[in-house]
Design a protein around this ligand. Structure first.
Ligand SMILES: *[C@@H]1O[C@H](CO)[C@@H](O)[C@H](O)[C@H]1NC(C)=O
Ligand SMILES: *[C@@H]1O[C@H](CO)[C@@H](O)[C@H](O)[C@H]1NC(C)=O
Ligand SMILES: *[C@@H]1O[C@H](CO)[C@@H](O)[C@H](O)[C@H]1NC(C)=O
Ligand SMILES: *[C@@H]1O[C@H](CO)[C@@H](O)[C@H](O)[C@H]1NC(C)=O
Ligand SMILES: *[C@@H]1O[C@H](CO)[C@@H](O)[C@H](O)[C@H]1NC(C)=O
Ligand SMILES: *[C@@H]1O[C@H](CO)[C@@H](O)[C@H](O)[C@H]1NC(C)=O
Ligand SMILES: *[C@@H]1O[C@H](CO)[C@@H](O)[C@H](O)[C@H]1NC(C)=O
Length: 799
């Protein structure tokens, strides 16, 4: 403390020396500050820390402002930090503008020699002076008696300095953007309950978002009965409010230059200045910046990443209005004049939009919820979520799609209302892909061939004549491939050229020789081998239970079709005709992991590679590109092997394509997901389902690969005693507890003694981590990849 006080003292000396040539004060009668002499006409506080004068806010545009003085040696700091402005919304001209202390005692800012655009509205016939205090307070006071006529501390803009009070009559208003100091959309003030709140006050809507809306005022630790309404930051870094909100900065206790600012992004922060005059954040009121309202504008979704910050993306069917300023949000690319039979719904997993429900039904079937939205022209979509307590589904119909964020609560899906028959560029997903750090290459392809005649007619019509009365418009088909650069799979290039396409039913019937060659049977359908017209061998999956409309099916199939990773099975196309729903995949020569385990064709190194590849595929699904895709049915039957025994995960995203009605009527819908023996405890106990359910199932698959024992067979024997956790798990855990050579004991006897003990032990340890009962304890798939990779010296492994 002593040393920092000394430091401050030295700084003060230093500043006093540097700026002794500037003005100390403005005195009545004599002086005014002129914009032409903005460089010299500056009032500097006695300690040198603050300056007041004309500040250039744009081309030939100036505001009268107070800022932290920048030392000449701070070359890195190009723009000073402004703490107050007289005329933030009305800058003055760079010619003949003046700030004068008039004989009447009024302090007036005159634009271009003519218009008074701001004044202190004070009156005094005694000698007065305008002086900038060491605390950054600009004070107009009578010299005799010292009566304060006006002070800048009473009229804050977006910043509170230490010692400055926020009161019942003042508020902080953010800047519009980082460089535009005019009034923005975010406000800090006391509300009618005496609670310090943050408010989004946008051009169209306004709402408070802090204290956290899911908490009551009481739960948020606020006190509503102190009506003094005062909040203040002290120089040591303690911010204290009369509603009992109290917080200390991370560097509390040191005397540093500090400021509390409501930033243009709606967050409230305390900044401290280090010795090199750089500002750092020492307190931040809101940690998840996606909970700040209006941050991404309307019709968009905010994703928060603790490492990379906030990302905004439009929902499918909408495009961004202004790329450089997300607060404008997104606008629809379809016409809203369609009548009800022209609409369908597009589900967005775990996306929630806060507020703007025009109707809420606490117990509602999917069909009722959907029909209600179809019938109302003001309905833009609805949120359908499961109430864990009551065991019913809730329906929120939305008039506006605002404050969208991801991930919302588990088992919540927001259905967007979009015109039928379109495959919208799902830029919501695109943007996530583009921003994420997953070394992906994005291909855009326009599949003009597959646009129907009707739609291409409309497109042509629109292009030729311009805006016309069109009822339902549009198809711009984007096909975006989220593709790993490093993929060495020769198919990758071939596919990018061919693309994802629509097949006719008769074409597929012919290719599969009348669905004669069955190669598998899995969740929701039967798989047949097919020879396509271009001589590629394919696997065609015929879905049993898909009753979705074509538009919705298409939208979701295309999401799956867009995923491209060397460890995910590639989808080449789909067919949706009448009742038929088929998916066309690449064919895998070596069949499934299940087949190979039972026929014992895999040595230890193949098994290790399969474990690693599968983990990579799942990590990609979970995190790298499309966070919300959970597989929910990992098992050896769904892990396929190509000619080099490289694994590819199959059947992902399928839960999206299956009949949704099942969800409405079956309270235990979680039970229909997954396969006995591989299911995580969350399913059984009806807990929140996260990507960790896949981690669990993956762990069981690892155990199966190591031991050669089938966990599902085991379950039946045990007869529902511990439905999610059979004898295999217990047996492995016991061996680990009891023997030092447990790995050797559990190894598949078919492998003999021919294996790398080190690697197999890693594999077994990872498996046990993955099947922790507590999902928080389980690693993420990318952590699994890291753990396995650290042991892997395979030069073919991807970095
Ligand atoms: C700052 O933002 C306001 C409001 O959006 C706008 O009117 C003004 O032109 C902007 N100023 C500059 C310098 O960009
Ligand atoms: C400017 O910034 C760079 C990088 O942050 C730093 O290395 C350098 O020392 C700074 N210069 C001054 C004068 O502070
Ligand atoms: C204020 O908050 C503190 C904890 O931060 C709590 O102990 C105290 O009871 C609160 N006071 C009131 C009046 O709510
Ligand atoms: C109200 O808040 C002020 C400022 O925090 C405090 O000084 C005062 O004691 C509080 N009054 C009551 C009744 O709690
Ligand atoms: C987009 O926003 C920026 C920053 O506010 C603004 O300068 C620009 O004019 C805007 N563009 C459009 C097309 O509105
Ligand atoms: C909706 O469209 C159908 C056919 O496209 C038409 O017959 C019907 O009159 C339309 N309804 C309304 C309310 O416009
Ligand atoms: C929900 O609605 C169904 C059908 O109307 C009814 O049978 C059920 O009891 C309701 N559940 C609750 C919790 O209100």
């Amino acid at each position: 403390m002593a040393s920092s006080t000394l430091m401050l003292f030295l700084l003060v000396l230093y500043f006093s020396f540097q700026f002794s040539s500037s003005l100390d004060a403005l005195n009545k009668g004599y002086s005014s500050l002129s914009v032409e002499k903005a460089e010299q006409d500056i009032i500097v506080s006695e300690n040198g820390m603050f300056s007041a004068g004309f500040f250039e806010v744009g081309d030939n545009a100036f505001s009268f402002a107070i800022w932290f003085t920048t030392r000449p040696d701070s070359q890195n700091i190009t723009t000073p930090t402004v703490v107050w402005m007289a005329n933030r919304d009305q800058p003055v001209n760079g010619k003949r503008s003046k700030l004068s202390l008039l004989h009447t005692g009024n302090l007036a800012l005159v634009d271009a020699g003519q218009f008074q655009i701001w004044s202190s509205e004070t009156e005094s016939y005694l000698p007065t002076e305008l002086r900038l205090g060491d605390d950054g307070n600009l004070v107009l006071r009578e010299l005799q008696g010292g009566r304060i006529l006006w002070q800048s501390f009473d009229f804050p803009t977006d910043t509170l300095l230490p010692g400055q009070h926020l009161t019942r009559s003042t508020q902080l208003v953010s800047s519009r953007t980082e460089s535009n100091h005019s009034s923005g959309f975010y406000k800090l003030s006391f509300d009618n309950r005496n609670v310090l709140t943050l408010l989004y006050d946008g051009p169209d809507v306004s709402s408070t978002y802090w204290p956290d809306l899911v908490l009551t005022v009481w739960e948020a630790g606020r006190f509503t009965y102190n009506s003094s309404r005062i909040a203040v930051l002290n120089p040591l870094g303690h911010f204290d409010s009369s509603d009992n909100y109290s917080v200390r900065t991370s560097d509390y206790g040191v005397m540093l230059p500090r400021r509390l600012t409501i930033d243009h992004d709606g967050n409230l922060r305390v900044y401290s200045q280090d010795l090199s005059q750089k500002w750092y954040v020492s307190m931040q009121a809101i940690s998840n910046s996606c909970s700040i309202h209006g941050i991404c504008g309307a019709n968009s979704v905010c994703r928060f990443d603790p490492k990379k910050g906030r990302k905004c993306s439009c929902v499918p069917g909408y495009k961004v209005k202004n790329q450089s300023d997300w607060s404008y949000g997104c606008e629809s690319i379809f016409s809203a004049t369609c009548n009800e039979s022209d609409f369908t719904f597009l589900g967005l997993d775990r996306v929630e939009f806060y507020g703007y429900d025009y109707k809420f039904e606490p117990n509602c079937t999917y069909t009722d919820c959907e029909n209600g939205c179809l019938k109302s022209s003001r309905c833009k979509g609805f949120q359908y979520s499961y109430d864990n307590v009551k065991g019913v589904f809730k329906c929120y119909r939305k008039r506006e799609l605002l404050n969208g964020h991801l991930p919302g609560a588990a088992r919540t899906i927001t259905y967007l209302k979009v015109p039928k028959g379109n495959r919208f560029p799902t830029s919501y997903k695109d943007s996530v892909i583009r921003n994420s750090d997953c070394s992906v290459k994005i291909h855009r392809e326009y599949l003009k061939k597959h646009v129907s005649h009707f739609v291409s007619f409309l497109l042509w019509f629109a292009a030729a004549i311009g805006v016309l009365e069109m009822t339902c418009i549009f198809v711009v088909l984007f096909l975006i491939k989220c593709q790993h650069n490093s993929s060495m799979d020769p198919h990758g290039h071939h596919l990018a050229a061919v693309g994802f396409r629509k097949f006719t039913y008769s074409e597929l019937k012919k290719a599969t020789k009348g669905f004669s060659q069955e190669i598998g049977r899995g969740a929701g359908g039967t798989v047949y081998k097919a020879l396509l017209l271009d001589q590629r061998i394919a696997a065609v999956k015929k879905l049993n239970d898909a009753k979705q409309g074509e538009g919705e099916f298409l939208a979701e199939a295309s999401i799956i079709g867009r995923l491209n990773h060397m460890n995910l099975i590639e989808m080449w196309g789909y067919c949706a005709e009448g009742k038929h729903r088929l998916l066309v995949y690449e064919y895998m020569e070596n069949g499934s992991l299940a087949d190979n385990l039972s026929s014992n064709t895999l040595d230890w190194s193949k098994r290790y590679n399969i474990a690693l590849g599968t983990a990579r595929g799942l990590a990609y699904l979970h995190e790298e590109c499309l966070e919300w895709i959970l597989h929910c049915d990992i098992k050896p039957q769904n892990i396929l092997l190509d000619s080099n025994y490289q694994p590819k995960v199959a059947d992902f995203g399928l839960s999206k394509l299956l009949n949704r009605d099942v969800l409405n009527n079956d309270r235990n819908f979680s039970m229909i997901r997954g396969t006995r023996g591989y299911m995580a405890p969350e399913w059984v106990f009806n807990l929140a389902v996260t990507s960790k359910v896949d981690v669990y199932s993956y762990g069981i698959v690892l155990l199966e690969m190591i031991t050669g024992k089938n966990p599902a067979a085991d379950i039946q024997a045990i007869n529902g005693d511990e439905p999610y956790n059979g004898r295999l798990v217990t047996w492995v855990r016991e061996k680990k507890r009891e023997c030092a050579s447990w790995v050797e004991q559990i190894m598949d006897s078919a492998l003999g003694s021919n294996y790398d003990e080190n690697k197999m032990e890693i594999l077994a340890r990872v498996a046990l981590d993955c099947i922790e009962e507590d999902n928080e304890q389980r690693p993420t798939m990318s952590q699994v990849v890291e753990m396995l990779q650290s042991q892997d010296c395979d030069p073919n492994g991807e970095a």
